[in-house]
Design a protein around this ligand. Structure first.
Ligand SMILES: [Zn+2]
Ligand SMILES: [Zn+2]
Length: 346
């Protein structure tokens, strides 16, 4: 089968590999129907993910059909359509039992697929701990609607859940990339009064206006004023930082009202500074970290109920044989791309 492979820093290539085999009683083999490209894949390409193993098949966002399962897999059966979770977690350690699956202490836990073990930009993928790592896609939910469930949509859902949004709140989201847009969709599930999205790219602001007309899309130079004009208590009640730059980090605490919750979703490539004297008396709560991707069942139910729809984010589709072009488009943010779907059986 063809597998898109991390060869070395700066180089991915389509390689011929053997179809993976089950290695553990809790493994499942999934025939990948659709995969997507994530910014984290670009981080691997650029050599900024030290844990990534050269030779590994990349891709950690995918849906498919279960082909085979180990004897201890009970959650899915061959023939089931499934969403694959970006995180591998044992389901039994202290952190898993508390829902903090991102901190699973199992040696194989965490972001393994498409980083430390072969991922899903290939025709088949072996998924460890399949009882936790796979979620059945409900009937009536297409592969395209389910494609982002295991990674970016899980991240947006988790962020909105821990961000403590109350009905009627003013919510500020910094960044309208794929994860920012998923955070926006999931924030809307919490009945905010006003959602403001700050994004520097005018094309992406236009996308926000079409995708979620109830949100107010503004540029960084107007966001402070827009938040002031649209909040009852001098700032946003809940802030989500999904852009990941020093400027967006500054805007996150600056635009928050006193006693607000600031949820840091973004991954920075450098330390950020909290200027505590400037913030004194604001009494902010910061929440930080990586997604606890354990809500995939609920997310799929919400999709089936028509409450969440990320299909408009799939702006482009390529066959696996042309995945290199898909990466070039995604990396350059050309042609209004938000997310690329890769047909792994083509
Ligand atoms: Zn990702
Ligand atoms: Zn665990």
């Amino acid at each position: 089968m063809l597998a898109y492979t991390y060869v070395e820093k700066g180089k991915f290539a389509l390689r011929e590999k053997a179809i993976p085999r089950l290695q553990d009683p809790q493994d499942a083999l999934v025939r990948v129907t659709l995969a997507s490209i994530c910014t984290s894949d670009l981080h691997i390409l650029h050599g900024s993910v030290p844990r990534a193993v050269p030779g590994v098949t990349v891709g950690h966002e995918m849906v498919g059909v279960v082909e085979a399962v180990g004897p201890q897999v009970t959650a899915v059966r061959p023939g089931d359509r499934v969403a694959v979770n970006v995180e591998t977690f044992c389901g039994r350690c202290f952190f898993c039992e508390h829902g903090y699956v991102n901190n699973c202490t199992d040696p194989n836990g965490g972001w393994a697929l498409g980083c430390r073990i072969d991922g899903g930009q290939a025709a088949f993928v072996r998924v460890p701990y399949a009882n936790q790592g796979l979620t059945r896609i409900p009937e009536g939910v297409s592969d395209r609607k389910a494609l982002l469930v295991g990674d970016v949509l899980a991240t947006g859902f988790w962020a909105a859940r821990i961000g403590e949004i109350h009905p009627g709140d003013t919510v500020l989201i910094l960044g309208a990339g794929p994860t920012g847009l998923c955070t926006l969709l999931c924030a809307l599930l919490h009945a905010p009064g006003r959602v403001i999205v700050c994004e520097k790219d005018p094309q992406r602001r236009a996308f926000v206006r079409a995708f979620a007309p109830q949100a107010l899309a503004v540029g960084p130079e107007e966001v402070v004023e827009a938040v002031r004009a649209n909040s009852a208590h001098g700032g946003a009640d809940a802030v989500f930082e999904v852009a990941g730059s020093p400027e967006s980090f500054r805007l996150a605490w600056l635009c928050a009202r006193p006693n607000a919750v600031v949820t840091i979703v973004a991954l920075y490539d450098a330390p950020q500074v909290l200027p505590l004297p400037d913030m004194y008396g604001k009494n902010l709560t910061f929440k930080t970290g990586g997604v606890d991707g354990c809500d995939c069942g609920e997310i799929l139910r919400r999709i089936a109920a028509g409450e969440l729809d990320t299909e408009p984010l799939l702006t482009h589709t390529y066959p696996l044989t042309r995945i290199e072009e898909a990466y070039a488009l995604f990396a350059a943010r050309r042609d209004g791309v938000i997310k690329v779907a890769v047909d792994c059986q083509a």
